[in-house]
Design a protein around this ligand. Structure first.
Ligand SMILES: [Fe+2]
Length: 307
């Protein structure tokens, strides 16, 4: 069966490369959460998108801060960029999004994948979020389906639904650059975990194979890096060709069953991310804190269970 979204993305990437009409990407790396936030702009219109921003959070005190996000505001202001989009690749479980804070200061529309509704349903139940928490994606300005097309200034964008890490993961192909969230990591580090609620290693493999069918020259920007053993520097940019040839988990030739076995065994050894409880409860609300209680204070819940 023809994969229309991949065919369209391939043609877009080839055209952008042939004409040299490609985006400029500046990345901000948040060491505490190992997250790469990308500010990607169209040099023709100086219009930009901010992909996967980070709000600082101290779990002991419950205090939020915006040092990372302020760096982005400073960069956008200095470069005279106009923010058109704030894009989330998924509901992150390891850091809190700064998208609403950035939107207030810089403008732009906040977008995520349409399957967010499923994630809101899962986590809404898990955290007993109550009826004030809408589970229809209405906290976001735009919900993208697979193959959705939109513009960043004069650059074309195609959204790809790449579930597996979570049910709602998206990749955004902007010009010749693919922002792939938590699917693949650097070739020497492998792939994202698939054991969160609604995650699925088999689905992740299929999503990754779709991404790997894009042109080899496609620039690939990751959401995280953890420095593979033997590598001293953080890295967040690679290519589809490098991933196809060298990715330690899923290079060409690794079949679905082998991947699923490896991924499932590895996930069983991983502990939960430090910030999973606040991250999920804030990010399922598009980066907003939970609705304040009758004393005006927002609380993060922790479900407790016995052994
Ligand atoms: Fe993630």
């Amino acid at each position: 069966m023809t994969d229309a979204a991949i065919v369209a993305a391939t043609s877009q990437i080839n055209t952008c490369r042939a004409t040299g009409h490609v985006p400029v990407v500046r990345t901000f790396f948040d060491d505490p959460t190992f997250t790469a936030t990308h500010v990607v702009h169209d040099p023709a219109t100086m219009t930009c998108a901010i992909v996967d921003s980070v709000m600082d959070y101290d779990p002991a005190s419950g205090r939020t801060d915006h040092n990372m996000a302020q760096e982005i505001v400073d960069y956008v202001t200095a470069e005279k960029l106009k923010v058109e989009w704030l894009l989330e690749t998924h509901v992150h479980a390891d850091h809190l999004s700064a998208a609403p804070w950035l939107q207030e200061r810089l403008g732009g529309k906040l977008g995520i994948g349409e399957s967010i509704i499923r994630v809101q349903d899962i986590f809404g139940k898990m955290f007993n979020a109550g009826t004030r928490f809408a589970r229809d994606g209405s906290q976001f300005d735009c919900l993208f389906g697979d193959g959705a097309r939109f513009m960043l200034g004069s650059l074309p964008v195609i959204a790809l639904h790449v579930p597996g890490h979570t049910p709602a993961d998206m990749a955004y192909v902007i010009g010749d650059a693919a922002f792939i969230g938590d699917t693949l990591f650097m070739p020497d580090y492998g792939t994202a975990r698939a054991d969160f609620p609604g995650g699925d290693a088999r689905m992740l493999y299929q999503s990754i194979r779709r991404l790997l069918s894009l042109p080899d020259e496609t620039r690939v920007f990751l959401c995280h890096d953890y420095k593979a053993p033997g590598r001293d520097e953080y890295a967040w940019e690679t290519t589809i060709g490098a991933e196809r040839h060298d990715n330690i988990h899923v290079h060409d030739g690794v079949d679905e069953d082998t991947f699923v076995k490896m991924r499932t065994a590895r996930d069983a050894t991983l502990s939960l991310p430090n910030l999973i409880m606040p991250s999920v409860q804030v990010n399922m609300r598009a980066g907003h804190l939970p609705e304040p209680e009758d004393n005006g204070v927002s609380y993060i819940k922790i479900p407790v269970s016995g052994s």
